[in-house]
Design a protein around this ligand. Structure first.
Ligand SMILES: Nc1nc2c(ncn2[C@@H]2O[C@H](COP(=O)(O)OP(=O)(O)OP(=O)(O)O)[C@@H](O)[C@H]2O)c(=O)[nH]1
Ligand SMILES: [Mg+2]
Length: 349
């Protein structure tokens, strides 16, 4: 039984529509990984294919330490409530990755304070926190040291939500670009071991991100919504009720009597349209799917209402990004596809 080195699926030459398929005997990689790595072409989508309980059970059975990977740009999606219990109370190093997507001018301390605040709310306790980027390799050495401290000769199992950057971080940690990474959630398919510096690392399939915009839009829209470089904040001063349409994916109405500031953190490729709230519905009706693209696969939207309760609040939309609202804004109304999670939180930055 040979496993694909990229995604961990057992290699087979029988069914080309199933994971692990390779037409060539003796290859190290399955066709899906080969095509993802060389052509950015997804032959078998595993978006919804991996059962999280199987992943938790398999991790729980291991005598291992845990490197928990959470994407800083999509932080709320990355949190897995009850993770500790689900994996038998193992020691956790939290690697908050994709640091390079946040402005460099924001201090590590500020981000760390935010992370610890959120961990408290989610009831997660960790041994160490490291802010890191698997792409620029900033912080990778700190992750290595933190992992060494808690592993005590045991393997290190790398866990987290799909698309959080586990395989990319592991490639950086081990200094070998062996594992397949891609913007499509569900890239890694099975537990997949590799050795580096005397430590056994185990890559795992991501825990599903069921309530994320990533799942709500067609796969071709992922190129638009997932940022690949540092996000440039878009700042708006508002003096009356204003509405922000994020493509055809989300609408945020901010009620404002005097003056407020709304700062958006989105991929540069996402189309953001600002209008007066009283004109927003007509614009949405007229331009949905035209100017306002991409649109979700299912047009069933839900409305959520929040009341500003901090000096600065974020409206964070799983898989899409967030906006920070400060000043004299009172009520914030958010329209998103029914299955997409929205978090109203104390501002991150
Ligand atoms: N900018 C930036 N992008 C990253 C970083 N780490 C990962 N990515 C990107 O995020 C996407 C997902 O990365 P993967 O390493 O495949 O994520 P994963 O957690 O292994 O995903 P699954 O195998 O689906 O669970 C890819 O497009 C990566 O290029 C990072 O530190 N910075
Ligand atoms: Mg992976």
């Amino acid at each position: 039984m040979t496993k694909c080195r990229g995604c961990g699926a057992v290699l087979q030459s029988i069914d080309r529509t199933k994971p692990g398929y390779t037409p060539k005997e003796g290859s190290d990689y399955c066709q899906r990984c080969f095509r993802l790595i060389h052509y950015d072409d997804l032959t078998v989508s595993m978006k919804t294919g991996i059962d999280p309980d199987t992943v938790f059970a398999e991790a729980e059975a291991l005598d291992a330490a845990v490197l928990y990977v959470c994407d800083l740009f999509d932080f709320e999606s990355g949190m897995i409530p009850g993770l500790q219990r689900k994996i038998g109370g193992k020691d956790i190093v939290l690697a908050c990755t994709k640091r390079d997507l946040l402005p460099q001018t924001v201090s590590h301390d500020k981000i760390a304070r935010f992370v610890f605040g959120r961990l408290k709310e989610y009831g997660l306790s960790i041994r160490e926190l490291v802010l890191v980027s698997g792409t620029t390799k900033e912080g990778v050495e700190e992750v290595r040291q933190a992992v060494r401290k808690i592993s005590n000769g045991r393997p290190v199992v790398v866990m987290g939500r799909a698309n959080s950057g586990k395989s990319t971080l592991l490639n950086a940690l081990t200094g070998k670009a062996v594992l397949t990474s891609s913007r499509y959630p569900g890239t890694t398919l099975e537990f997949n071991e590799l050795e580096a510096d005397g430590i056994t690392y185990i890559d795992t399939p991501g825990i599903e991100i069921s309530k994320s915009m990533i799942m709500a839009v067609p796969e071709e829209a992922l190129k638009t919504i997932l940022p690949v470089r540092t996000v440039k904040p878009k700042v708006f001063q508002i003096h009356e009720d204003q509405t922000f349409s994020v493509g055809g994916m989300a609408r945020v109405d901010v009620s404002c009597a005097t003056a407020a500031t709304v700062t958006w953190y989105l991929s540069d490729s996402v189309y953001l349209h600002r209008s007066k709230t009283r004109d927003a519905e007509e614009l949405w009706q007229r331009q949905y799917g035209k100017l306002l693209v991409p649109v979700p696969m299912n047009n069933d939207f839900t409305v959520r209402t929040f009341r500003k309760d901090e000096e600065k609040n974020d409206v964070s939309i799983d898989g899409l990004g967030w906006c920070c609202i400060s000043g004299d804004a009172s009520v914030v109304t958010v329209r998103v596809p029914k299955d997409v999670n929205v978090t109203f939180r104390k501002a991150m930055l």
